[in-house]
Design a protein around this ligand. Structure first.
Ligand code: F6P
Length: 358
């Protein structure tokens, strides 16, 4: 019999339930008998000992169900050693819950910050296995995180819908795609949706180059689509020292609800055409996982079960060159996987005439 704890932490995404289902199916086949403790709302549940006791049957039918049956919340790693407002110490409480429930292992489904906490718990002596969750695909050490492909599908569909209405009305549309620090979703959905301009956080833009691309597109086709990642910024701002940059961005946040409105304003300075903003927002994290994510998380779940069987803890399940593998949590903790500027997809997009404003 195995006593397994599970939690989902950070922003949700489409295949969290599918991942848990994969882990449970794998473990059930290996161990037969399981006691499953699903902690409510991420690390909070582990801290306060709030959990659902689940049976393997509870994971049936979850392959295609979005969201997370456990709930989730954010708990910044930089505050991990600070007590909660009620004085509760986080790490000692989590260790206590783990010990009280006599868990054999804790599976953490999370993004960068959550995996840092998972690594810390491993260093504190708990048996931990991590699974790479995030629509942003920014976890270092894995080619793919679960949620990413589903988010690309949603964002691409949003651009498709904008495309037809932009064409009908001869408008310029600024479509804002999720990603504050990294632009993977914007890059891939932008290409898949046929955007004319793609602006990424990793590639600060020159507005004059964006104008030129939009001008050409308006002349050729009469409508244009600019895809902008939440964290995109101009070259001038990117060049500023950290403190000044923070101040300028804070000022902009006062003026604009988000970056797409700022880019739309810049467009208004140059073009007489109608300009509109479209923001798919959290729809990119919602709904059912696509087939790719269902396959990926089934494979990830099986790997997690194998790691647990081998008592190979402190590891993160990853995909490398289409092989499912595992790397030490310590190796990935604290590193982000940015869009590399020599990425082949960027070069290809440029060949197709897509402007990055660089
Ligand atoms: O990390 C996933 C993500 O969806 C980002 O792409 C986005 O910037 C952020 O979370 C939004 O966070 P929240 O759910 O707190 O609004």
């Amino acid at each position: 019999m195995l006593r397994v704890g599970m939690l989902t932490s950070g922003g949700d995404c489409q295949a969290l339930n599918a991942t848990m289902r994969g882990i449970v199916k794998g473990l059930q086949n290996i161990y037969g008998d399981l006691e499953i403790y699903g902690f409510i709302d991420g690390y909070k549940g582990l801290i306060y000992g709030k959990y659902k006791k689940l049976k393997p049957e509870d994971f049936s039918g979850l392959l295609s169900k979005g969201g997370t049956i456990l709930g989730t919340s954010r708990m910044p790693f930089k505050e991990i050693d600070l007590p909660l407002p009620d004085g509760t110490e986080k790490i000692p409480s989590m260790k206590e819950t783990y010990k009280k429930l006599k868990l054999d292992v804790l599976c953490v489904l999370g993004g960068n910050g959550s995996l840092k906490t998972a690594n810390r718990l491993y260093e504190e002596g708990l048996n931990v296995v991590g699974l790479p969750k995030t629509i942003d695909n920014d976890i270092w050490g894995t080619d793919m995180t679960f949620g990413f492909q589903s988010a690309i599908d949603v964002a691409t569909h949003a651009i498709d819908c904008i495309y037809t209405t932009a064409e009908s009305h001869s408008r310029i549309f600024v479509v804002e795609i999720m990603g504050h620090k990294v632009g993977w979703i914007t890059l891939y959905a932008g290409i898949a949706g046929g955007a004319d301009v793609i602006l990424l956080p990793e590639m600060p833009y020159d507005i004059k180059k964006v104008y030129k691309a939009v001008e050409k597109r308006m002349k050729d086709k009469g409508f244009a689509i600019v895809c902008v990642a939440e964290g995109a910024m101009t070259k001038e701002i990117a060049k500023l020292p950290k403190k000044d940059k923070k101040a300028v961005l804070a000022e902009k946040a006062q003026k604009y609800p988000s970056v797409a409105y700022e880019v739309a304003d810049l467009m208004k300075e140059k073009f007489d055409s109608d300009i509109r903003v479209a923001i798919p927002g959290h729809t990119q994290r919602g709904g059912a996982p696509d087939a790719y994510d269902r396959l990926l998380t089934s494979r990830f779940g099986a790997k997690a079960a194998e790691l647990i069987k081998a008592k190979d803890f402190g590891k993160l399940v990853v995909l490398k060159d289409n092989v499912v593998d595992a790397i030490p949590l310590a190796e990935t903790a604290g590193k982000l996987k940015y869009v590399d500027l020599d990425n082949q997809a960027i070069a290809e997009a440029k060949t197709l005439g897509i402007c990055f404003g660089d």
